[in-house]
Design a protein around this ligand. Structure first.
Ligand code: SF4
Ligand code: SF4
Length: 424
């Protein structure tokens, strides 16, 4: 803690202003020179992001382009600098300070997630493709997406499914994506990994997300719908974790997880996992294990807050930050809605059209930029539909007022409040 205090003093010494509240560290750049402040902010992020929510304000986003997701992004500070008018952050960025050369962010998706197949070797109760026919994305459609991404300037592609390792052209697709210069991510259940595949993805994947629903054979079998050899699964997770870069484990929160959190944590430790992502179940799941009440999730949040082990744990899809009271006490556990509901990425469906998120089956057409500029997606990103309480909220740029899919499910429209948002 002393190291953190001294780092924050250093930031203040450069002219920055620091506000601490619970797990929030809110840095206002104040009069500091962004170029001098930047190295200290990177140290802060690299060392303390796991246990803190670090927000950066009053500094050009392009001073730290790879930390864009830490910048305060509510509208109202429109940059007046004419060099910034084409920038995606124009409506929320403070703009460049004197002597600083701005570098515009193109208004494009940060990532395209490509559902290469609906085929899967599991039958998870929470799957977006439950009950769908098995189909593969034609290779020609995939290459067309790569060309659109290159044309737009989008550098991040994620291969997902179904189980993408069942896609017959996966290796060719991954090699081609690297030739296009993209950063490649893979979502997989890990079961089809062997030494040869681990070796392939060690070379070609920049990050791998492995799903793990249960914490033993019985629960993994029940939650994935297929009899499971959990020890074999753990062996594969270890193999991937040892061989590949930036490996995360992803688990949809179930009642079983809430009741057996300590077992999950023990198993993840034995599997040498470093990052654990949790996901709020999607609205449409009929599987009883995933029919959580707000109180169940609050219980989980309180348990996670007490965790002091080595794992970095984040809830990676939209949940209202205020679900368990003052967001300052829990914000470090949430990534918010940044990666969902068309805010940052688009998803390509196996039928060849873009959609705003994995769960939101709105056909946005087959052109990447047109899909990104689609009125529905623009409105989703605008947040104008949020209640006043959210629009005034410090966390809204990250929280996004929770999940639009849950708003639709509970209120019949995308534009109503997330049902887990506490009422006054
Ligand atoms: S280009 Fe301008 S608006 Fe965009 S991040 Fe940089 S300073 Fe901000
Ligand atoms: S944006 Fe809305 S839902 Fe999110 S923390 Fe703030 S008040 Fe709660």
């Amino acid at each position: 803690m002393r190291a953190l205090v001294s780092l924050l003093r250093r930031i203040e010494g450069l002219g920055g202003r620091v506000r601490r509240n619970g797990h929030l560290i809110d840095i206002h750049a104040g009069s500091a020179d962004p170029v001098r402040l930047r190295p200290y902010l990177y140290i802060l992020l690299n060392r303390y992001e796991r246990d803190h929510f670090i927000a950066i304000r009053n500094m050009p986003v392009c001073a730290m382009p790879d930390a864009w997701d830490h910048f305060f992004q509510m509208r109202g500070r429109v940059s007046r600098d004419s060099r910034c008018t084409a920038c995606r952050f124009h409506a929320s960025c403070v703009g460049p300070s004197r002597g600083f050369m701005p570098s515009c962010f193109a208004d494009i998706p940060r990532e395209v997630a490509i559902e290469v197949t609906t085929a899967c070797n599991l039958a998870c109760g929470i799957c977006f493709h439950a009950g769908a026919d098995s189909r593969h994305l034609p290779l020609s459609a995939l290459f067309k997406v790569f060309k659109q991404m290159r044309h737009a300037g989008c550098h991040y592609v994620r291969f997902t499914g179904g189980e993408p390792l069942l896609y017959p052209h996966l290796q060719k697709a991954v090699i081609t994506a690297k030739k296009f210069g993209f950063q490649v991510s893979l979502n997989t259940n890990g079961l089809l990994f062997d030494e040869a595949r681990a070796e392939f993805f060690r070379h070609y994947a920049d990050s791998i997300l492995i799903s793990m629903q249960g914490c033993d054979s019985l629960s993994e079998s029940r939650l994935t719908g297929i009899k499971s050899d959990f020890r074999a699964k753990l062996r594969r997770i270890r193999l991937i974790a040892n061989q590949c870069r930036h490996v995360r484990i992803g688990t949809v929160v179930s009642q079983h997880l809430i009741d057996h959190l300590a077992d999950y944590l023990r198993i993840l430790r034995s599997a040498q996992a470093t990052y654990w992502e949790l996901y709020r179940p999607i609205a449409a799941s009929l599987h009883e294990d995933y029919q959580l009440k707000q109180g169940d999730f609050i219980k989980l949040v309180r348990c996670l807050k007490r965790y002091r082990g080595p794992l970095s744990i984040k809830v990676a899809n939209p949940v209202p930050f205020c679900i368990a009271g003052d967001p300052a006490n829990n914000c470090h556990l949430f990534l918010g809605g940044l990666w969902d509901d068309g805010h940052t990425r688009l998803v390509l469906d196996t039928r060849g059209f873009y959609k705003p998120s994995y769960a939101m089956n709105k056909d946005l057409g087959t052109d990447l930029l047109k899909a990104w500029r689609n009125p529905l997606v623009r409105r989703l990103r605008s947040l104008v539909y949020l209640p006043t309480k959210c629009r005034r909220c410090f966390y809204a740029g990250w929280c996004k007022g929770g999940s639009r899919q849950w708003a639709l499910h509970s209120g019949g429209t995308l534009w109503t409040s997330d049902p887990w948002m506490p009422h006054e």
